[in-house]
Design a protein around this ligand. Structure first.
Ligand SMILES: [Zn+2]
Length: 313
């Protein structure tokens, strides 16, 4: 059974007839989430199984130490041999493929993926927590690229699950964080985490923020970010955003640095999640079976949706 995009998202209930070839493993998935990458994939890509990530149990693998382990699948498939892979930049491999975007993805059961894409999940972390690891990993990677130190002023533009996890992580790192969003329900969550929040209509544009992180949930976010960031500050762009119109002259005038973040260290994210460093339970909007995947995607694409999970059965 699988979720496939033809002209629209369709559920195909047939059991996939899968055999693993060399370097691959067969996984029995238990949990899926609809990530920002998936919302990009669910455009006009045609006849491809969706899904950048899944959590599940390894049923077959040439590496017997992996069998029956709980794992999360990471989305970038790399060759391991090109100059970029050799330099440690596997996510930027010359031959890279992205699950669900440029090759069949994870929203199917059973599932066959390269063994190199499997990351074991710590025992104390349940599947619901583990499925948030890719988003926590982006927050970790963003903070590293920004070199967050001292107590910077950070504005997070957007109030989807990715934005709120970035806000939680930057707060952990002692940044002064505020979330700018449009959904009043999210403000209650921010209050629970003692993160400042404002509605997008209520903010001044004083060009005093060291960092502005753009996720989904605010209109024309790049234009707004360039008004908020201080001269020579940094603007982070996360997957799934629609940058909208912006004035290139503003980048030149502010000398702002644009930083793209696509993925991050999922193994480190799993460890932090296992130590209960993030509130992920509050970020689950709905839970649906894979068979209701089309509805799950419609729900996840809504501006007011948080994270939508799918169960395999
Ligand atoms: Zn490569």
């Amino acid at each position: 059974m699988r979720l496939i995009f033809r002209d629209a998202i369709e559920f195909d209930p047939a059991q996939s007839d899968i055999t693993a070839s060399h370097g691959e493993a067969i996984i029995r998935p238990t949990r899926f989430a609809i990530d920002a990458i998936d919302l990009v994939s669910a455009g006009d890509r045609g006849n491809r199984v969706l899904g950048a990530h899944a959590v599940g149990v390894v049923e077959q693998a040439a590496d017997k130490s992996l069998c029956q382990r709980r794992v999360i699948v990471r989305p970038i498939v790399s060759c391991g041999e090109c100059d970029l892979c050799v330099r440690g930049l596997r996510e930027h491999c010359r031959e890279r493929q992205v699950l669900g975007l440029t090759r069949d993805g994870c929203h199917q059961s059973p599932l066959c993926v390269p063994t190199a894409n499997l990351i074991p999940i710590p025992e104390q972390l349940d599947d619901d927590g583990a499925i948030f690891a890719p988003m926590v990993a982006r927050a970790i990677h963003a903070a590293r690229r920004l070199r967050v130190e001292a107590r910077p002023y950070v504005t997070v533009l957007g109030d989807d699950a990715q934005a709120l996890l970035c806000a939680q992580h930057m707060t952990r790192l002692n940044a002064s964080v505020r979330v700018i969003g449009e959904q009043p329900r999210r403000f209650q969550l921010c209050e629970k985490w003692q993160v400042k929040h404002r509605h997008a209509d209520e903010i001044g544009r004083r060009a005093d923020q060291d960092v502005v992180i753009i996720s989904r949930g605010v209109a024309e976010p790049l234009d707004l970010a360039l008004r908020l960031v201080r001269p020579r500050g940094k603007v982070v762009l996360l997957p799934g955003i629609v940058a909208g119109a912006f004035d290139a002259g503003a980048i030149i005038a502010t000398e702002a640095e644009l930083v793209g973040v696509e993925t991050g260290p999922i193994d480190e994210a799993l460890d932090l999640l296992a130590r209960d460093e993030f509130d992920t339970a509050s970020l689950v909007e709905r839970r649906l079976p894979l068979a209701s995947g089309a509805e799950a995607y419609r729900l996840a694409a809504r501006a007011d949706a948080l994270h939508v999970l799918m169960d395999a059965a």
